[in-house]
Write a protein that binds this ligand. Structure first.
Ligand SMILES: [Fe+2]
Ligand SMILES: [Fe+2]
Length: 171
């Protein structure tokens, strides 16, 4: 059985994952209308992954006698000054999600809820992977700068970029 404070913290994370999914969906749309098909596909996939993260949390909360809360969401950014700004946003967002996951680890230990602590390790591993991917991409973006040819190649190559999440190996 989940304690009230753990349930509240997990529900907060459910909202964050849902908002993440919306954030990447907005980025996918932005890229799509700009003709950046590769970036757009990458973001659509990423948006789906965040929804999976949300669903995994929902199932966990409900299975442990809690009640997953489906809440209103903050509206995502829909305008970006450049494709570089999109990826800077992505890294920033993933860092904030990692902080939230760390907070969950902390609360689960405080409450001696080892089942939740164990469950949340999947997210710890996932965040390491996602931050690393975001940094790798941003390095490439910084190399490209304003080079249009570079952007063309980047948009083509990102389609092959596989987000091999550490989490996949844990499933
Ligand atoms: Fe996530
Ligand atoms: Fe993420």
């Amino acid at each position: 059985m989940l304690s009230k404070s753990i349930e509240k913290a997990l529900n907060k994370q459910i909202r964050i994952e849902a908002e993440s999914s919306q954030i990447y969906l907005a980025m996918a749309v932005w890229a799509e209308v700009k003709g950046l098909e590769g970036i757009s596909n990458f973001m659509y996939d990423h948006s789906d992954e965040e929804r999976e993260h949300m669903l995994k949390l929902i199932k966990f909360v409900n299975e442990r006698g809690g009640h997953a809360h489906i809440s209103e969401l903050n509206a995502p950014n829909v305008e970006f000054s450049s494709f570089k700004a999109v990826f800077e946003n992505l890294l920033e967002h993933e860092i904030s999600v990692s902080q939230s996951i760390n907070e969950l680890v902390h609360i689960s230990l405080q409450e001696k809820d080892y089942a939740t602590h164990n469950f949340i390790q999947w997210y710890v591993a996932e965040q390491i992977e996602e931050e690393a991917t975001a940094r790798t991409i941003l390095d490439k973006v910084n190399m490209i700068g304003d080079d249009k040819g570079g952007l063309y190649l980047f948009d083509r190559d990102i389609q092959q970029l596989n987000i091999n999440s550490a989490a996949d190996n844990l499933e």
